[in-house]
Ligand binder design. Structure first.
Ligand SMILES: [Zn+2]
Length: 86
């Protein structure tokens, strides 16, 4: 089991909130800040920026279900790859 930093877990939780259209601009800024200092989360957020435009859409707008599924799959895949790498 990979040892995870608490701030990474927090980021992943926030990403889930973002996918549900439940993330404030402040929290988006927090995600971006952490991703800048963490290579693992840089990868996670880069993938989401490509697929769902992380923090670029209004946080109050839920993503279309198909896009949400895709983004969740991306997160899951990256986390699995990350667990294997450790
Ligand atoms: Zn991190």
């Amino acid at each position: 089991m990979a040892k995870r930093r608490a701030s990474c877990d927090m980021l992943i939780e926030r990403l889930s909130a973002f996918l549900d259209g439940d993330l404030s601009a402040t929290e988006c800024a927090r995600i971006s800040r952490h991703a800048q200092t963490c290579s693992r989360c840089t990868q996670l957020t880069a993938e989401l920026r490509r697929t769902v435009g992380l923090c670029q859409r209004a946080a109050s707008t839920p993503l279309p279900p198909a896009l949400r599924r895709r983004a969740r799959a991306s997160i899951k895949r990256l986390l699995q790859e990350d667990a294997k790498a450790h």
